[in-house]
Design a protein around this ligand. Structure first.
Ligand code: G5P
Ligand code: MG
Length: 219
């Protein structure tokens, strides 16, 4: 419904650890779409401190808090393209998003539960930049150190095993009506245990909507 020159608004949905951040980072780089990650806003902004108690326990932050943060960001970007990572993830959030702008494209990632548990427990992050590493998938050059700054990597509080199980349960309950809402046309689902195998299909889908700004072989 939009021409290639129009701003694409896309959403990436998926359970914790499904590769939303990894896929969004690649889409952002290849297609020049600005990525807006709800998890990063919560961890990095002042208002995020209010929400900290929820994030640390692996619970969803109340809709009104996250919706206020994301709405403010989206209202600054009226008429511009965006790529949402981690928002919306409840029906209330999806309805709030629709009141601002209905997404053109929704990508839903499906990854088995056991794979998710393994991934999250192997994840380490550089808090200042948000760079994410995985001890199996993309380890840092030096163990326990950020590649760019050399600063220590940390494990997120919500990647501890008890928090992980709670996150996966909550996600399933909350996401079901969101996926149903988008299944009216803009939804594209991708299943698999490896992001590198899902990626070529996501890339092809995006190419059918907008031209890449960087070729696939460049990094
Ligand atoms: P976040 O920050 O949005 P989650 O829990 O949704 O966090 P997360 O954990 O950030 O999702 P992801 O972005 O889906 O996961 O995945 P990722 O980071 O790319 O990949 C996970 C790990 O696996 C990484 O280490 C990556 O390198 C590795 N990996 C990727 N692909 C592969 C692969 O093929 N193989 C292998 N071996 N590894 C791979 O939200 C955090 C909290 O904020 C709140 C909630 O409290 C939430 O728990 N929050 C919200 N609350 C309410 N509403 C919202 N909209 C909220 N948004 C955030
Ligand atoms: Mg993420």
């Amino acid at each position: 419904r939009r021409g290639a020159a129009m701003a694409l608004r896309a959403v990436v949905l998926g359970p914790p650890g499904s590769g939303k951040g990894t896929v969004c980072e690649r889409i952002a780089r290849r297609f020049g779409l600005p990525r807006l990650s709800s998890g990063r806003f919560l961890r990095q902004t002042e208002i995020g401190a209010l929400a900290k108690q929820y994030v640390e326990r692996g619970l969803l932050v109340p809709d009104h808090i996250i919706t206020r943060i994301m709405t403010a960001e989206l209202e600054k970007r009226q008429g511009q393209p965006w790529l949402l990572d981690g928002f919306p993830r409840t029906l209330g959030q999806a309805e709030a998003l629709d009141r601002i702008c209905e997404p053109d494209l929704v990508i839903s990632l499906h990854v088995p539960f056991e794979t998710l548990k393994d991934r999250l427990s192997a994840r380490w992050v550089h808090p200042a930049s948000g760079r994410v590493y995985n001890m199996d998938f993309n380890p840092p050059h030096v163990h326990g150190r950020d590649d760019v700054t050399g600063e220590p990597l940390v494990q997120r509080d919500d990647d501890r095993p008890d928090a992980v199980a709670a996150r996966l349960r909550k996600y399933k309950e909350a996401a079901k009506p969101v996926i149903e809402l988008y299944s009216r046309g803009v939804l594209h689902s991708f299943s698999g245990t490896e992001t590198n195998k899902i990626w070529p299909y996501v890339y092809a889908l995006l190419c059918s909507k907008i031209p890449p700004v960087r070729a696939e072989e460049e990094n």
